[in-house]
Design a protein around this ligand. Structure first.
Ligand code: ZN
Length: 298
């Protein structure tokens, strides 16, 4: 049995309405759940769990990615510890904590075979060294766990997924023009294939958040369609022993009246035999402990 964990940046749950593309989007996932992704989502059935969880973390202000990702992968209240929500990337203190304790490190300690499925293009290391780019909390956790960062070769062999899912943006980057654009479902198939030789496969995408901020040549609706395709690709190709788990770090895409984050809850969805392990989760900092409990019980 394997867990496939997908962190989708910037997807909150809110009442359905004309300005909520999350409630009207995720068509295929909503069909699999039998309910749209709104704040009324309350599915607790054997093998299927889908509920709103808190991303505010008892901290005033708008939730942000730096503390949100650290909370998700670190399994602790990174916003409260920091005294405020931290945008974009983890602080030095968060990095120090994540270096000692994070989902990927602890999964390895449990004897799990772990894959960090995101791919990094040529020039990434150099850009980080020159401080033009910074590691996301997830990338930092993978590095601290000693996991290899996948690159162009893995993308070409179908053993990694680009954060933009279809490689449409990735292939415009220097040295990556040979990458084909792929269907979002194909990206999901790749994650399900990795799950055949791993116990935990983790992947993160920022498409909805960047589209919500207006920073991509892509509407929020189109970004959500790509994520939906990825998820259905996973669902259609995973084995009956596998569990898909997804969450987000904060709201954004569910409210097109604003280009900033929201205080809305975020989805926690678990589909597969380990879904019951996520029953106790009420906030994003509880996701990682639940993933580890599911791995420990495998
Ligand atoms: Zn974010």
């Amino acid at each position: 049995m394997a867990l496939m964990f997908v962190m989708i940046d910037g997807v909150g749950l809110a009442p359905a309405g004309a300005t909520n593309p999350v409630a009207s989007g995720f068509t295929l996932l909503a069909r699999a759940l039998g309910a749209p992704l709104t704040d009324a989502l309350q599915l607790r059935a054997p093998g299927r769990l889908a509920v709103p969880v808190d991303a505010m973390l008892d901290t005033p202000g708008l939730p942000q990615s730096g503390s949100g990702h650290a909370a998700i992968y670190g399994g602790y209240n990174a916003a409260a510890s920091n005294g405020r929500h931290q945008p974009s990337f983890p602080t030095i203190a968060m990095r120090e904590r994540l270096a000692r304790q994070n989902l990927l490190i602890e999964a390895l300690r449990l004897g799990a075979r772990v894959a960090w499925a995101n791919a990094y293009l040529p020039g990434y290391d150099d850009a980080v060294a020159r401080r033009r780019l910074r590691h996301t909390a997830g990338t930092w956790c993978a590095l601290q766990a000693g996991l290899p960062l996948r690159g162009l070769a893995e993308l070409q062999h179908g053993a990694a997924v680009s954060w933009d899912i279809t490689q449409r943006l990735a292939r415009t980057r220097p040295g990556a023009a040979a990458l084909p654009e792929i269907a979002p479902e194909e990206a999901g198939v790749r994650l399900a294939l990795l799950a055949q030789s791993h116990d935990l496969v983790a992947f993160e995408t920022y498409l909805p958040d960047l589209a919500g901020h207006g920073r991509l040549d892509l509407t929020v609706e189109d970004a959500l369609r790509l994520v939906d395709g990825l998820l259905v690709g996973i669902l259609q190709s995973m084995t009956p022993e596998d569990t898909l788990v997804l969450t987000s770090d904060h709201g954004n895409a569910e409210d097109t009246t604003t280009r900033i984050h929201t205080r809305n809850p975020v989805p926690l969805v678990a589909i597969g035999p380990a879904a019951g392990a996520f029953e106790p989760v009420r906030s994003i900092d509880m996701v990682s402990p639940a993933l580890l409990a599911a791995l420990a019980g495998r």
